[in-house]
Write a protein that binds this ligand. Structure first.
Ligand code: SF4
Length: 304
């Protein structure tokens, strides 16, 4: 599969089939916590990225025998709203399956009416907002110079006004950056009028681009959730188990790890395989040089 990945266990969306709408790593941001890697094409310009090929692959997958899914998630190795084919892909997906469609976005293009129109048929939109002060927002998300926090907020307000589906906002809380009382109060004030369906609090549980993206521990995260109050939740780290798969090729391991770094336990859960068997396969793939291993925050991660 070129554009589809998974199903993967998503901390926010259960068992989710990902659809990669954007070539790696095309994004208007270069977040310090990005799991995909440093941004190599930093842009706000929308283009058609393989729309027909993506729809063909989705059609083949959804017409064949498939695992049960909680969501079909339009995401990518960058910002999915940069794909001009977004509305067509959502429309095609809706014609092929009853599985709800979720779209992950950094929100950078939501101030554009055409982007909001393209998203209208999605069931859930999951935008991000990591800071409500310009300086901290720039420090964490490292946007293009012409972007502004005011424009991002304007887009979120317009989305809430026009969009009929669910909006689940993600906030990445990072130690020493946006976890101060001043930053959290600014965020709380800013998001209150948005009447979000969920506020999901995340932290840097996987290795990112910069060492300055440091996670909070579970107690600290819960304190932040309590501060935000009703509707805010810390995203749980262990989704429901997947069904067992018996024959899993090395290519499947490598493909999964090319998308994001994973622990052996993550891989075992996605593939529904015993942990000891997965550990053996991962060690073997490391020896061949097909994947690599590194430690981050006391956990071992494999990546391609
Ligand atoms: S918006 Fe998402 S893809 Fe873009 S740099 Fe940030 S984390 Fe990475």
């Amino acid at each position: 599969m070129t554009y589809l990945f998974g199903p993967v266990p998503s901390r926010r969306l259960g068992r989710s089939l990902g659809v990669d709408l954007i070539p790696r790593k095309t994004c208007p941001y270069d977040c310090i916590y990005c799991e995909v890697g440093p941004t190599t094409r930093k842009t706000l310009r929308r283009r058609d990225y393989h729309t027909e090929a993506i729809i063909r692959e989705l059609t083949e997958y959804l017409r064949g025998p498939k695992a049960a899914l909680d969501y079909l998630t339009l995401a990518g190795s960058g910002e999915p709203t940069l794909n001009l084919g977004l509305a067509r892909i959502i429309q095609a997906t809706k014609g092929l399956t009853e599985t709800p469609v979720a779209v992950l976005t950094n929100g950078a293009l939501l101030h554009l009416p055409e982007v909001r129109r393209d998203l209208a048929a999605a069931d859930v939109i999951l935008p991000s907002l990591d800071a409500a002060t310009e300086k901290t927002w720039r420090r964490i998300n490292r946007p293009l110079p012409e972007q502004s926090l005011a424009q991002l907020l304007e887009g979120l307000v317009a989305l809430r006004r026009e969009y009929q589906g669910q909006i689940w906002l993600e906030i990445m809380i990072l130690k020493g950056l946006n976890d101060t009382e001043k930053e959290l109060s600014a965020l709380k004030r800013t998001i209150k009028p948005l009447a979000l369906d969920k506020v999901q609090l995340n932290t840097a549980v996987r290795p990112g681009v910069k060492a300055s993206a440091r996670p909070l521990d579970p107690e600290e995260m819960q304190a932040v959730a309590d501060f935000f109050g009703e509707g805010a939740e810390v995203i749980a780290s262990s989704p429901r188990p997947a069904n067992a798969e018996t024959a899993v090729s090395d290519a499947r391991f490598i493909e999964m790890l090319a998308r994001r770094p994973m622990t052996a336990a993550d891989v075992a859960e996605v593939l529904g395989l015993p942990l000891d068997l997965v550990q053996k396969r991962l060690k073997h793939l490391c020896k061949t040089g097909a994947i690599s291993y590194s430690r981050y925050q006391d956990q071992g991660f494999y990546r391609q």
